[in-house]
Design a protein around this ligand. Structure first.
Ligand SMILES: NC(=O)c1ccc[n+]([C@@H]2O[C@H](COP(=O)([O-])OP(=O)(O)OC[C@H]3O[C@@H](n4cnc5c(N)ncnc54)[C@H](OP(=O)(O)O)[C@@H]3O)[C@@H](O)[C@H]2O)c1
Length: 252
């Protein structure tokens, strides 16, 4: 089945990888519900999608509270139709710091946005997907899960993305045979606001070697563009494979 004519819900679509995914989906004839907090950034994403002949809706919402999920789903479903494609892309890299400096509230905030809200979106959209006998859920993770020791000072981020991946693979097994696929996407090191935030605020919070690596990969032009990362996911999205951990650097 092609993606054409379907509805997608993309979280974190105001900038970065999410904006590029929304644009690429729009170009494939998918109507896209774009979720983030910043209305101005969402408006720019919608403009981009429509300027390329696609259709998109800005849905401003703060996803740090998973209770916001039903209202977001209602707004997208009412205006665009029931989403059969879900890209859980919004995330926070905070809190950065040594584990001894992290508060339980900061851990909670990271897990709410990075794990619980994605699971809540899947739960909300699954009845429509299973009834249609077709659905695509992608949870955007990070290569840090494969090597958590490489991001010292990013313990909550690494742990939350590992939890997201375990949730994803477990859900894929639960849904085997339903036509709904569930996979992880590791987008690579991408030139986005999240990387800029780490360079701007990570000194003294990340381990020195980890911080230097982030700064160097930017200085040495090793970051890939959000559009390139989005293309790699788009090449896999329509396929029937489920329970996959896709990395941008793996061959499609
Ligand atoms: N960039 C990288 O090198 C890299 C590497 C590995 C994995 N990733 C993953 O890729 C995904 C996208 O990252 P990115 O680099 O594109 O980040 P980004 O440029 O900072 O964009 C993040 C998006 O998420 C939204 N968002 C953040 N907090 C939110 C909240 N509480 N409620 C609703 N929306 C929220 C942001 O909009 P608002 O702030 O306006 O809400 C923005 O649209 C994330 O899952 C990240 O962990 C990125």
């Amino acid at each position: 089945m092609s993606l054409y004519g379907k509805v997608a819900l993309v979280t974190g679509a105001g900038r970065g990888i999410g904006r590029s995914l929304a644009t690429a989906l729009g170009e494939s004839g998918v109507r896209v519900g774009c979720v983030a907090r910043s209305q101005d950034e969402l408006s720019r994403t919608v403009e981009l999608v429509t300027s390329r002949g696609g259709s998109a809706l800005a849905v401003p919402a703060d996803l740090s509270d998973p209770h916001s999920v039903p209202d977001v789903v209602r707004r997208v479903t009412t205006q665009l139709g029931a989403p059969l494609i879900l890209i859980n892309n919004a995330a926070t890299v905070e809190p950065l710091g040594a584990v001894g400096d992290l508060t339980p509230d900061a851990w909670n905030a990271a897990f709410r946005l990075n794990v619980i809200t994605p699971a809540a979106f899947s739960a909300a959209l699954l009845p429509g997907m299973t009834a249609a006998g077709w659905g695509r859920i992608v949870n955007v993770s990070s290569a840090v899960v494969a090597r958590p020791e490489t991001m010292i000072g990013g313990n909550a981020y690494a742990a939350s993305k590992a939890a997201l991946e375990a949730h994803t693979l477990n859900l894929a097994a639960e849904l085997a045979g339903t036509g709904v696929t569930v996979s992880v996407y590791r987008p690579g090191s991408v030139d986005t606001a999240m990387q800029a935030l780490i360079r701007r605020t990570g000194r003294g919070r990340l381990h020195a070697a980890t911080y230097t690596r982030f700064v160097r990969s930017h200085e040495e032009n090793k970051l890939i563009s959000p559009d390139d990362s989005a293309r790699s996911l788009m090449a896999r999205l329509a396929g029937d494979a489920t329970g996959q951990v896709w990395d941008v650097h793996d061959p499609c």
